[in-house]
Design a protein around this ligand. Structure first.
Ligand SMILES: Nc1nc2c(c(=O)[nH]1)N[C@H]1C(S)=C(S)[C@@H](COP(=O)(O)O)O[C@H]1N2
Ligand SMILES: [Mo]
Length: 400
């Protein structure tokens, strides 16, 4: 049972305990995001290559954007990290770990990782995990919260047991309304609400929601939720509860802070409002269609001639139908070629040829259309939480 008895080694453990000191000491390199107060150190954390440090306690680490050009899947050691509470275990014994299934069920369960692996049909789903606050730093006017650029997202192959199969084993009783999820970590202060999320029964029992014990064919890194996390394909990452050790079937909609107060969007129109407007709110759910150029960055100098420009696109689970590309600031568009299809929840790579003439500048933009008909907008969505940004992205390059 080697793979389920994974432990973080001694050095890494003390590293996690003294994260701020370490990340400061190792911050030889700095990245400056393209918004005010965008200077960020790169820091080294256990099982991670150097990532952009927003905060070290709790760890909030962003993937440097150029890494999204290297492949359709984001390597585990490059995958972004976001925790709300600083009381994160610095090691987890995968053999002793149990997931408790309780509440409105006929049989309470205490499942080991081995039970999950052997007792249920394994499923593997490529899916994008994107923080609700991804790109929040670009909001204008600015909003409070983690000031991410565009790297609070990643795409991985998640393998695990269907949550629906686990719930079937437990036997859900009549009157069940939601399923509530809690992970191992604890708030530092007793007054801070524990991080708990809930899904409606129909979503919780839908076939693509899984309790994942593998990520890209390996263990989940501790910071991404070892030994198991919930994977809710198409939904923002706030529901993807890490170090998941408690599943509770409940009889009424959950009223805890992380459902009732946090992670909510305006309940009007498409959820985007004018700054200062107040509206009723509703919990955030599915991701919106987005696309990015990954092979070039704003301000790059390129050589003249024909070259391939490539990027990625994704949405909340209908899949990418097309990506259009413009090299003249959106005046004219050409359809990009789509790369291999890894399923409707995955990044979809795209590419296009650009004929660059020396001495000219190009204002490049990409615009994805999803199978459900949604298209990226030309103007930015504003929400008080800094959620739902999916504007058509653009950047400028000059050919020399
Ligand atoms: N246990 C636990 N799970 C959690 C969180 C958390 O704070 N605790 N944060 C959620 C949020 S808001 C995000 S964006 C994702 C981040 O997943 P990652 O760290 O694997 O990238 O985890 C989600 N699951
Ligand atoms: Mo998040």
């Amino acid at each position: 049972m080697r793979r389920s008895s994974f432990l973080i080694g001694g050095a890494a453990v003390s590293g996690l305990a003294t994260l701020s000191a370490r990340s400061r000491a190792l911050a030889q390199e700095t990245i400056t995001e393209p918004f005010a107060n965008g200077a960020r150190p790169l820091g080294s954390f256990p099982q991670k290559r150097p990532l952009i440090v927003l905060t070290s306690r709790p760890p909030q680490l962003e993937t440097p954007f150029r890494l999204f050009n290297e492949g359709v899947f984001t390597p585990n050691d490059a995958f972004f990290v976001r925790w709300h509470l600083a009381g994160i275990p610095t090691k987890v014994d995968g053999r002793a770990f149990r997931i408790k299934v309780h509440g409105l069920v006929d049989n309470e369960l205490a499942l080991s990782i081995d039970d999950l692996r052997r007792g249920f049909e394994p499923v593997e789903i490529p899916a994008v995990c994107q923080c609700s606050g991804n790109s929040r730093g670009f909001f204008n006017p600015r909003v409070p919260g983690g000031q991410w650029a565009n790297g609070a997202m990643g795409n991985a192959r998640w393998r695990g047991a269907r949550l629906g199969d686990v719930l079937k084993r437990a036997g859900v009783k009549a009157g069940a309304v939601q399923v509530r999820f809690n992970g191992l970590e604890m708030p530092v202060l007793p007054t801070t609400p524990d991080f708990i999320k809930a899904l409606d029964m129909d979503l919780a029992t839908s076939p693509d929601v899984i309790v994942a014990y593998e990520m890209n064919g390996g263990n989940l890194p501790l910071l991404n939720g070892f030994p198991v996390r919930l994977v809710v394909p198409g939904y923002f990452a706030t529901y993807w509860v890490k170090m998941l050790d408690d599943i509770e079937v409940i009889a009424a909609a959950d009223q805890n802070f992380w459902m009732k107060t946090a992670y909510r969007i305006p309940a009007v129109g498409d959820g985007c409002i004018q700054p200062g407007q107040t509206t009723p709110t509703t919990p955030i759910t599915k991701m919106r269609v987005r696309s990015f150029i990954t092979s070039l960055a704003d301000g790059d100098k390129i050589s003249g001639g024909r070259r391939r420009v490539q990027g990625i696109a994704f949405d909340g689970g209908s899949g990418i139908a097309r990506v259009d590309f413009s090299s003249d600031g959106g005046a004219t568009w050409t359809q990009a070629a789509l790369g291999a299809d890894y399923g409707k929840y995955s990044f979809r790579q795209w590419s296009v040829a650009l004929d660059a003439q020396a001495g000219r500048s190009y204002h490049l933009a990409c615009r994805a259309t999803a199978h459900d008909g949604a298209v990226q907008p030309a103007t930015a969505c504003w929400t008080p939480g800094g959620y739902l940004r999916n504007i058509i992205e653009s950047l400028s390059v000059s050919a020399g």
